[in-house]
Write a protein that binds this ligand. Structure first.
Ligand code: ACO
Length: 432
């Protein structure tokens, strides 16, 4: 550890802290012993400026709009044929797979693509209109019932095994949830198809007609999943780490991550974006109305798909997706999605408006992802599920890093209590 010290003076006391520096220049003051030694805590609502771990998985520079997985810039994964399975392996293991490792991992995904048949009956009493994210979270929890042998992971092999179970099965579960919502027969996975094509097959094939997936659509789905695969200590990853820090198994921890992702300020924003664009298209609102409403402090409305806690520049994922929309739409029957034009108009208005400029609010990953998913035929209520499929390798990698941290303690933040001071209990007959 570095010998550098940061100094704080409070109530006449001089307190020294170790300084932690990251490989990309992050500087942090280590306050972990502050309470134990001085009975002082730090106040950081929403953990906006608290590093809760050291991590080697994902690097973001929000001012410059940089995102790297294990050091590799995100842009390098999206040229030629984007490969989500390879990115998943990289996040999980820390290195790109050799040819052999890649084959072994792909085979593992194939071997694990089926669900235990009894899993299919778990939602018998749940309405078919139930929110897909509720069903997805419950399904991941339920998977734990079938894999008790993978609660404690002693070896790297067991870790890759549980990872393959989860990453493979989540797409089977997601497709089953969709088919059930439509009253359609379940389509079993096809071991001869690649990860994304297999998912689209389970979503859209019929028992008598295989759904052909064009290379452009397969690439676009790989791209979307890659761009969602990890994003360091966001709300859902922090949830997975927090749950995992109690030594909860990886199934339970990822199920909690899904619940965190569901919220409209996090992964649920991709649904809100589409509803906003659709609302404008149906004529209820104009893009100018949306901008005005988003700026009005008396209105809870937000311009969904805009703004980010970390990015104070264009989200690099949104930039890639914006360009992908052009490519993919050019190859599709439905080349002119009017919602794409509305999105472009909203972006143009926001980026020229001082409210958004001053607050450094740019499009985030959710702004364009829904348009691509819609072009593939994925319904809006499945968008956040698609985000979860992409994010799963990141959550598992974050869980593992937390799990492997030497001396890692249960995550347990503090508070500054501002409630009543000691107050006596009043029997009911004496209460006013
Ligand atoms: N529309 C209008 N105003 C916004 C927006 C927005 N989308 N985002 C932020 N602001 C404003 C806030 O009102 C605040 O203004 P003020 O300083 O005058 O009070 C200022 O910008 C800072 O915003 P915060 O809410 O403090 O930023 P925070 O970092 O807490 O929130 C968040 C980030 C949740 C993403 C926010 O920008 C937001 O709500 N965006 C819309 C939802 C969204 O797209 N979420 C997806 C994020 S990406 C992801 O999770 C995958």
């Amino acid at each position: 550890m570095s010998k550098e010290k940061a100094i704080l003076t409070l109530d006449g006391k001089r307190i020294e802290f170790p300084v932690v520096r990251g490989t990309e220049g992050d500087v942090a003051i280590d306050i972990s012993k502050l309470y134990e030694e001085h009975h002082i805590t730090t106040f950081d609502p929403s953990l906006a400026n608290t590093a809760v771990c050291k991590s080697t998985i994902t690097y973001i520079d929000g001012d410059k709009g940089i995102l790297r997985y294990r050091g590799i810039p995100i842009e390098q994964f999206v040229t030629n044929s984007p490969n989500f399975v390879e990115v998943a392996y990289l996040l999980l293991s820390g290195h790109l797979p050799t040819r052999e490792e890649g084959i072994t991992f792909r085979n593992r995904l194939t071997e694990n693509e089926l669900l235990n048949e009894t899993m299919r009956y778990q939602f018998r009493s749940v309405p078919t209109s139930a929110p897909p994210m509720a069903q997805l979270s419950a399904s991941l929890s339920n998977l734990a019932c079938f894999h008790r042998d993978l609660f404690v992971l002693d070896t790297d092999d067991e870790f890759m095994d549980v990872s393959a179970q989860l990453i493979s099965k989540i797409r089977t579960v997601a497709a089953f949830i969709y088919r059930r919502s439509q009253g359609l027969p379940y389509i079993y996975p096809n071991p001869n198809l690649r990860y994304c094509a297999n998912f689209l097959h389970m979503m859209f094939s019929l028992p008598y007609a295989h759904h052909e997936v064009s290379p452009e659509v397969e690439d676009a789905l790989n791209l979307i999943l890659i761009l969602h695969a990890d994003h360091e200590q966001n709300c859902s990853a922090a949830t997975v780490r927090t749950v995992g820090s109690s030594r909860a198994n990886v199934f339970a921890s990822c199920a909690a991550g899904i619940s965190a992702l569901w919220g409209p300020l996090h992964g649920g924003a991709n649904v809100e974006v589409m509803e906003m664009l659709d609302g404008i298209h149906r004529g209820g609102l104009t893009p100018e109305d949306c901008i005005q409403m988003a700026k009005d402090k008396n209105n809870a409305f937000r311009l969904f798909g805009f703004g980010h806690r970390i990015y104070k520049n264009y989200d690099p994922r949104a930039k890639i997706l914006r360009e992908a929309c052009d490519r993919v739409f050019a190859t599709m029957k439905n080349q002119n999605d009017p919602l794409l034009n509305i999105a472009r108009k909203l972006e143009e208005l926001a980026l020229a408006d001082s409210y958004f400029i001053d607050r450094k609010l740019y499009p985030n990953v959710d702004f364009y992802s829904g348009l691509l998913l819609r072009a593939m035929g994925i319904p809006t209520n499945m968008f956040t599920v698609m985000f979860a499929i992409g994010r799963l390798p990141g959550w598992i990698a974050q869980w593992k890093e937390q799990h492997d941290t030497i001396g890692g303690r249960i995550i347990r933040p503090r508070q500054v209590y501002v409630g009543n001071t000691e107050t006596n209990y009043i029997p009911v007959e004496q209460r006013p």
